[in-house]
Write a protein that binds this ligand. Sequence first.
Ligand code: ATP
Ligand code: MG
Length: 203
Amino acid sequence: MNDQQEEQRQHKEKMQAQKKKVDSAIKAAQIERGVSILLTGNGKGKTSSAFGMVFRALGYKQKVGIVQFIKGAQESGEINFIKDHLPDVELFQMGTGFTWNTQDKAADIRASEATWQVAEKMLNDATLNLVVLDELTYMLGYQYLDRDMVINAIKNRPTEQSLIVTGRGGGRELREAMDTVSDVKNIKHAYKSGIKARKGVDC
Ligand code: ATP
Ligand code: MG
C-alpha cells in the first residue's frame, strides 16, 4: 500500500467511525413532537433565520403564524413578501417601533399586551404547525409581559406545534424552557464601519 492508499484507508476508517456515531445519535432521538427554538445573542441573523424556517415549513404546505413584537413600523422585505404573496400566513405586527422611538411606556405596555393576545391565540391553535414570535424577548426584558405567563403558554402549546422566539436576552427561565437555543455571536457588523442597512439584507 502506498502513502496515498494508506491515507485513503485512514480517511475511510475515520469517516466510518464518524458515521456510526452520527447514525446512533440520530437513532437515539425518537420523540416526535414540535420543537421550541430560541434564537438569541448580539450577532446578526436571528430574525432572518426564523424566516428561513418559515419557508421550510411552507415548503411542506404547513400552516404558519407570525407575530412581530416591536417591529412593524419599519419596512422589511420578508414582511412585504408575505403580504404580497403568502395570504395564508397569519401575520400580526405590534407596529409601535422601538421603545426609544415611542418614548411612551404606558402605550408600549398596552401595545405589547394586545400583541400578546394574538400570540397566545396562535399558541393555542393546533392547526398551526409553526409559530414565530419575533423579538418577544424584549417584552420580557422590559417586563411589559409577565415571564411566567409567557413561559406557561409556550410549554402548554399543542404538542405538534413548533415555535421560534427571537431576540436578545429573555432570561434564564426562557432559555431553560426552550428545546433548542442558539446564541448568534457578533464578531463584527458592517454597521460599525458606517455601512448603511441594506434592503434585502438587513431589512
Ligand atoms: P436579521 O433580521 O438581519 O436576522 P437580527 O434579527 O439578528 O437580524 P435584530 O436585533 O433584530 O437582529 O436587528 C435587526 C437589524 O439590526 C438588522 O438590520 C441587522 O442587520 C441589524 N443588526 C443585527 N445585529 C447587529 C449588530 N450587532 N450591530 C448592529 N446592527 C445589527
Ligand atoms: Mg431580529
